[in-house]
Design a protein around this ligand. Structure first.
Ligand code: CU
Length: 326
């Protein structure tokens, strides 16, 4: 009952609601520690209450009837019991942690290299069952029921990768690639949040991990590997020209066009994403227009400037074009 109620309250982004192997181990450990803590507290409160009830009068009126005794209580309660409890907790956490490969792994190589940027995530698929070389951003798809090794890097400051329903936290440290192995047991969308303060927009640096059934995953990989769709209508063709002749191409890549900037999210399949700007906005036409013209109001300080030089028509054509990039 309590368990189910807690899950309701904590929603989808909770470590108490695990959906992956590592997260299961962590939440089991969490519950054991929590229940032990509650049991110890309960015993302490009962003992304290017992003493309070038994005490009569003040110390002046009644000297303790055995002022020197009680050493066994100190020995048991102060040394033996804590030693046993803490040793059990220590062994349990060590065995839990021993299940997580920590070292940087080179053989076999990681499937994904995840690079943190202020304030978005670059996701490079570097190897896997199918030869899958492509780059995307902010939304990572993984095949359900399979281990996925991710190498964690950062382009600037320290960030932390944390998708509570799949695993614990792992830092992205400058010059020190880390490794994390995630695995989702059930298909679904699992939200993650950078959990090391990394500057003004740290709170708007989220990501989605989407676990797909195998067939769907293979389809997603095939779609992502392909170059951007060619625009087919006059409006979207004009929109592509606006995009390519504007400043966008200095920062963003759209594979299959001349846009090959590397300092910002790859937009080759931007229309296939659920959200914009690291899960800050829902991905729809209105938000695309708002983002292009007012990125600095929506995510102040981010590396994308407000781009207000476009006419209303150009802006509409450009967002029409971006929405064809499935
Ligand atoms: Cu951060």
């Amino acid at each position: 009952m309590l368990f189910a109620a807690l899950l309701q309250v904590t929603g989808s982004e909770s470590m108490l609601n695990p959906a992956g192997t590592a997260a299961h181990r962590i939440s089991t450990l969490g519950w054991i520690v929590f229940i032990t803590f509650m049991a110890v507290s309960l015993i302490m409160w009962i003992l304290t209450a017992w003493v309070a009830v038994r005490r009569k009068g003040s110390l002046k009126e009644h000297a303790p009837y055995n002022a020197t005794g009680g050493e066994q209580w100190i020995l048991a309660g102060g040394i033996i019991v804590p030693l046993v409890v803490l040793t059990c907790m220590f062994v349990l956490s060590e065995t839990t942690m021993a299940h997580f490969p920590m070292k940087q792994k080179t053989d076999p190589p990681p499937e994904i290299v995840l690079t943190g940027h202020q304030w978005w995530w670059q996701i490079q698929y570097v190897s896997g069952p199918v030869d899958q070389h492509f780059t995307t951003a902010n939304e990572m798809h993984i095949p359900v029921g399979q281990n996925v090794d991710i190498q964690l890097r950062t382009a600037d400051v320290i960030h932390t990768f944390w998708v509570p329903r799949l695993h614990g936290k792992m830092d992205l440290i400058p010059g020190q690639p880390n490794m994390i192995r995630i695995r989702a047991d059930r298909p679904g969308t699992y939200r993650g949040q950078c959990s090391e303060f990394c500057g003004d927009q740290h709170a708007n640096m989220a990501m989605l991990v989407i676990a797909d059934p195998p067939g769907q995953y293979a389809q997603w990989v095939a779609d992502q590997r392909a170059d951007a769709a060619q625009p087919t209508t006059p409006d979207t063709q004009a929109g592509e020209q606006v995009f390519l002749s504007g400043p966008c191409a200095f920062c963003h890549t759209v594979r299959g066009t001349d846009a090959a900037g590397v300092v910002a999210p790859d937009l080759t399949h931007i229309a296939s994403r659920e959200s914009l700007a690291a899960d800050t906005l829902v991905n729809n036409k209105a938000n695309l227009e708002a983002w292009i013209t007012h990125a600095q109001s929506l995510k102040p300080g981010c590396e994308m400037p407000n781009l207000t030089e476009f006419t209303g028509l150009q802006l509409r054509q450009m967002t029409d074009y971006l929405q064809t990039l499935q």
